[in-house]
Design a protein around this ligand. Sequence first.
Ligand code: GLP
Length: 245
Amino acid sequence: MIRLRRFDRREDVTAAAADVVCALLAANPEAVIGLATGRTQEPLFTELLRRHRAGGVSFRRAIFFHLDEYWRLPASSPQSMSHTLRSLFVGATDLPADRFHCVDGMAVDPAAEAARYETKIRQASGIDLQLLGMGTNGHIGFNEPGSPHDSRMRLINLTDETREQNRDFFPPDAVVPAQALTMGIATILEAKSILVLVTGASKRAALQAAVEGTISAACPASALRRHPDCTMLCDAEAVSSLKGM
Ligand code: GLP
């Protein structure tokens, strides 16, 4: 089931998401949180850091897992998801470095790396709160359309649309990686609760397909309707095509 919450502005979405993260950590300072990257998440990192610096939240006893990583991009590359999360957020918090778990995009064997990462998640007793964004094609993590809803973490080929969407993160002469390691849809659905941030007109069609279309592999985000505790925080631009919004 998806609980949709509509906000007028994207800043309100960010604030509401930060409220959820802070409330979870207040109730359980050892919460396990899955982090996503992307333009939609970046204001949330800024807001969480602001609250952290103001003494409003500590991450010291939390555990973070990130969601996906480009294949064959070293963690030292500024475009890697782990580097992005470290530089924009995690590295500026009080979270001890060994409590931030990353997928190794340079691993020799992607299947072994995927299995290692899934084991790490299980050893942490699973993810309490998974943060997500959504691609314009309805992807979650890097689960592109066609991804089975029972998929586990694996290597996946990125669509041209996704690579184009992420091109701005790379220098003009760089090639956007064609593959990524991503938590699978089943991996994501095992999180105890899921919080999806959806903002802007570019997400309108994907959001409509996810919440009003058929639940199918063609729309990876539609799988979230099978989850017992999934909330989507949306701004007015994103929800404007939905019935009753
Ligand atoms: C990226 C990431 C996703 C992210 C999505 C939306 O490719 N793999 O985790 O949620 O696309 O990104 P944005 O927020 O920049 O629109």
